[in-house]
Design a binder for this molecule. Structure first.
Ligand SMILES: [Zn+2]
Length: 80
């Protein structure tokens, strides 16, 4: 059995497709749920229903935007 002595480091940010970008605003939380440091909202895909992860009503949904990029379908937060 492996015992972690500290929280795992977040992996490198997934590669984005052409036209996608990371919104530079720091994400404090996802409607109260913790967010891995370094995770941002993906822009350039579509207009997200929620203005920001902090006010997102859907913290359980997820959608693959690319082979390696998983986001919240309501606010666009990178949940990979
Ligand atoms: Zn969300």
């Amino acid at each position: 059995m492996i015992t972690l002595t500290k929280a795992p480091e977040p992996g490198p940010a997934p590669a984005l497709r052409a036209g996608m970008s990371y919104r530079p605003a720091t994400v404090a939380h996802h409607n109260g749920e913790p967010v891995h440091p370094g995770r941002y909202v993906i822009e350039g895909v579509r207009r997200w229903a929620a203005a920001s992860p902090e006010v997102c009503p859907d913290v359980d949904g997820s959608e693959w935007l690319t082979d390696e990029l998983l986001v919240c379908p309501t606010c666009g937060l990178d949940c990979t």
